[in-house]
Write a protein that binds this ligand. Sequence first.
Ligand SMILES: *Cc1c(COP(=O)(O)O)cnc(C)c1O
Length: 354
Amino acid sequence: MVDSPSPATVAVHAGRPPHEADEPLNTPITMASTFVGGGEREYGRWGNPTWQAFEAALGALEGGRTLAFSSGLAAVSVVLDLVGQGAKVIAPAHSYNGTIAQLADLEARGRIITELVDITDTAAFVAACDDAALVWLESPTNPALEVGDIETIAAAAHEAGAYVVVDNTFATPLLQKPLELGADIVVHSATKYLAGHSDVLMGALVTDDDALYGVLKGRRDLLGAVPGTLEAFLALRGMRTLHLRVERAQANATELAARLGAHPAVSDVRYPGFGGIVSIVLAGGALAADLLTHSTDLWVYTTSLGGVESTFERRRRWKSEPATIPDALVRLSVGIEDVEDLWSDLQQALDRLP
Ligand SMILES: *Cc1c(COP(=O)(O)O)cnc(C)c1O
């Protein structure tokens, strides 16, 4: 037995069948809507061996028990449903726009009260925790790439008796482990880095609290926001190389952030110093940003992020993006290609901007 294997080893080995004669190396895709009665699964909405393999692997990486969902936002909705009628939820002002949209929808229907706070202002965030029932954190934020002090905010939130939730989609468990920083629940859009190949929609929740796991599993069973079996297989297949992809994307992002910062067409670069996402603001405004995202060969103009291929978009093209995100901000999801190829493609497009 290897004592406390490193994340790279866990990513490769967790969630596999036992090393026994004739066992497959990979957990197969189990297509089943129902299972023979008398066991733990019974029905396909309550469990599936292929999801469970994915859940075992992500749980081992994050340090808790995992529940797989049909998408990141399905997982988000189950968490936001934890709080009682009229409860206060605090979240970063620049949370993922789908999370902001869910908060706004719940508030408009009188379900909750939402307070959006600048996550970089730790004192303001801590002060807001006072009467909160749930404290939502996302760090780094999408797409502003702000970083919050999770440990300090989590301690204040717990003092107020609030749940602490961290959306760890950008950092992945390889760069940040929120449960160790005090979070009760970790949220993932597995669609992004975990699956990593732009071919799967899936979400996940991780918790190290057994009672909370039971509550969340109960909500998933009730609501039925469960993933497809092929999706779970592909997400786990993707996670086998998570450490290599994150390492390479981060190395590329670090290099590109430095070069972008030196280019006259770029007025601001936001890079938190880790991860594969870089946001830039174009000196030429929104038009320059739109021109850039339509002037490359390799970089793909598209939404989403965390795939092996480099992609980018001007975020404010979405009406749902907060107005405090600069109009000319382009979010780059740096892939694992050769960094010189990525740069020459970006550079020729930047050089041609008016
Ligand atoms: C994409 C994303 C989500 C939503 O996940 P889906 O799988 O698209 O539903 C949630 N949080 C963050 C930070 C994201 O980037």
